[in-house]
Design a protein around this ligand. Structure first.
Ligand SMILES: [Zn+2]
Length: 179
């Protein structure tokens, strides 16, 4: 599929990206940033270079936006690239070889309102509605380790849901809940 990106990889030059968030500074030296997702609701899987030699790859971001859509009504929303960088760094720090299993990505206002009605654990103004949050786990790593590593990054909000087997991460202000 992504032949052009592979060609770009072969002819690479060393470029260093500027990174706005100090918390994500560790990502700055990578020429390629890849992510792999396994959407547990739709069964869709994706492994993709979303950033190549100094630039986000628009069609890769579109593929990610689609995979992380609101699966209840298929509404697609832009996922913040900064959230993807957080996930990329988190994945490398975890030393995982697996794809992020996705419990929840984008949530439309209608879906979030429905979930908020049902559960006190769902915020009325959730960052999931802005494409700034995701609920995840890694199949080959311990959930508590994932939680602690996300906390140590100080890159945004981190929620711990061990009974539901996922960690929430977002690129809002640094805060924590659960666990
Ligand atoms: Zn969440």
């Amino acid at each position: 599929m992504h032949t052009r990106r592979n060609l770009l990889r072969a002819g690479s030059a060393a470029l260093i990206a500027g990174v706005a968030s100090p918390a994500l500074a560790g990502i700055g030296k990578a020429e390629y940033r890849a992510l792999a997702f396994d959407n547990l609701h739709t069964g869709e899987k994706l492994k993709i270079d979303y950033w190549v030699e100094g630039n986000y790859v628009p069609d890769a971001l579109a593929d990610i936006n689609h995979l992380l859509r609101d699966y209840r009504n298929n509404q697609v929303h832009t996922i913040e690239p900064k959230l993807l960088d957080l996930l990329n760094l988190l994945h490398r720090q975890m030393g995982s070889n697996g794809a992020f299993e996705v419990i929840s990505g984008y949530r439309s206002p209608a879906t979030n309102a429905m979930l908020h009605e049902r559960s006190a654990g769902v915020a009325a103004h959730s960052l999931h509605m802005q494409g700034m949050a995701i609920d995840i786990r890694l199949p080959d790593r311990n959930l508590a380790d994932l939680h602690n590593t996300a906390l140590a990054m100080q890159a945004g909000g981190v929620g711990y849901y061990p009974s539901l087997d996922f960690v929430h991460v977002d690129v809002g202000r640094v805060r924590r809940w659960g666990g």
